[in-house]
Design a protein around this ligand. Structure first.
Ligand code: P6P
Length: 344
């Protein structure tokens, strides 16, 4: 084991960074890691057992749930329940938040918002999928935690992370002191530190967006796409378009290579498609901690005030220079609109 640092060892080593925690957050992160290994086992053999395909149910988003969606949701809630450090789980797969009732979690301090299996439409075609999680401390100090403890701004997160079930399985997380990546070594069943202190390149040449929605995009997004496609060797354009329909996989690639992922408003998603609490906030916290930028095109994702559990947001996230360029084009569109209205 010389030279190998497992997730558990790393968490304990860094525990001293949490001035207030007496091990609870460390144990919570351990619980999430355990559930991720169990989900990984099923994702990896999805084609061999009866766990592919639709579950025949819909989630509150109106999306058909896959069997693995429900399996992953169950595993994470079970691990968080037995771990005893979490009092509420807000998950994409449940209409309302789940209050964790167990003797050990009566005084639990933490709230977990989670997308148990993001990109699940890719499972049946063997494309990388992911888990995304966000951790808050409850704000209320007595009685049972409530929705107010869940609807906190992204700046209040104490930790956030994702698991990518791809060519290898990785867990990437931050507690606000940088980003570290761990690769699952199946031979020992442990996540091992493989990507210490991850930093996203300040600029990049990859843009990730579903261009099939082009006609419905805001003008600023259309301008950015055209900007990305112009031939200009000095600024390494045209950029490369890479979009696989799995946010975790697209953002993970861009985190390593540099790039921008955009999911703006569209005709079918007038408020954006991705959910603030368990997709945009955690990914924004991670990317900012890695030196990148995340906004809704105008405002910092982490400053958006949540009003409801499954609130959606537009998201522009990735290399700082690329996100700033896209924001400038969004702002220009906004100014043009204001001028047009004033001159009308
Ligand atoms: P579209 C998966 O459903 C997801 O939430 C993200 O992982 C992904 O980037 C996006 O939606 C894909 O959405 O509309 O392009 O198929």
């Amino acid at each position: 084991m010389s030279g190998i640092k497992t997730l558990g060892q790393f968490i304990i080593e860094k525990q001293a960074d949490f001035s207030y925690a007496k091990g609870e957050l460390s144990r919570l992160l351990r619980d999430i890691g355990i559930a991720a290994k169990i989900v990984n086992r099923e994702v990896n053999k999805a084609g061999l057992v009866d766990i592919l395909g639709d579950a025949g149910t819909m989630n509150i988003q109106g999306e058909g749930q896959k069997k693995l969606d429900i399996y992953a949701n169950t595993q994470f809630i079970s691990a968080l329940t037995s771990g005893g450090e979490c009092c509420i789980v807000a998950t994409e797969e449940e209409d309302d938040f789940v209050r964790i009732e167990s003797p050990v979690s009566k005084n639990a301090k933490y709230i977990v918002c989670i997308d148990p299996l993001d990109g699940s439409s890719n499972i049946d075609v063997n494309v990388a999928v992911g888990t995304i999680f966000s951790i808050f401390r409850r704000k209320s100090i007595e009685g049972t935690a409530t929705l107010a403890d869940v609807l906190q701004k992204g700046t209040e997160q104490v930790a956030a992370g994702y698991v990518i079930y791809g060519s290898s399985t990785m867990l990437v997380y931050t507690t606000g002191k940088g980003v570290n990546g761990f690769t699952l070594d199946p031979s020992i069943g442990e996540f091992c530190l493989s990507h210490p202190d991850m930093k996203i390149p300040q600029d990049g040449c990859i843009y990730s967006i579903n261009e099939g929605n082009y006609v419905h995009f805001p003008e600023g997004v259309k301008k950015y796409i055209k900007y990305a496609q112009v031939h200009d060797a000095a600024s390494n354009r045209p950029y490369t378009s890479r979009y696989i329909g799995s946010m975790v996989a697209d953002i993970h690639r861009n985190l390593i290579k540099g790039g921008i992922y955009i999911y703006p408003t569209t005709a079918s998603s007038p408020n954006g498609k991705l959910r603030l609490l368990y997709e945009c906030n955690p990914m924004a916290f991670i990317v900012e901690q890695a030196g990148g930028r995340a906004s809704d095109g105008f405002n910092r994702i982490l400053e958006i005030e949540p009003n409801e559990l499954h609130q959606r947001a537009s998201i522009f996230i990735g290399s700082e220079k690329m996100v700033r360029m896209a924001e400038e084009m969004m702002a220009a569109e906004y100014v043009e609109k204001v001028v047009t209205v004033q001159s009308a």
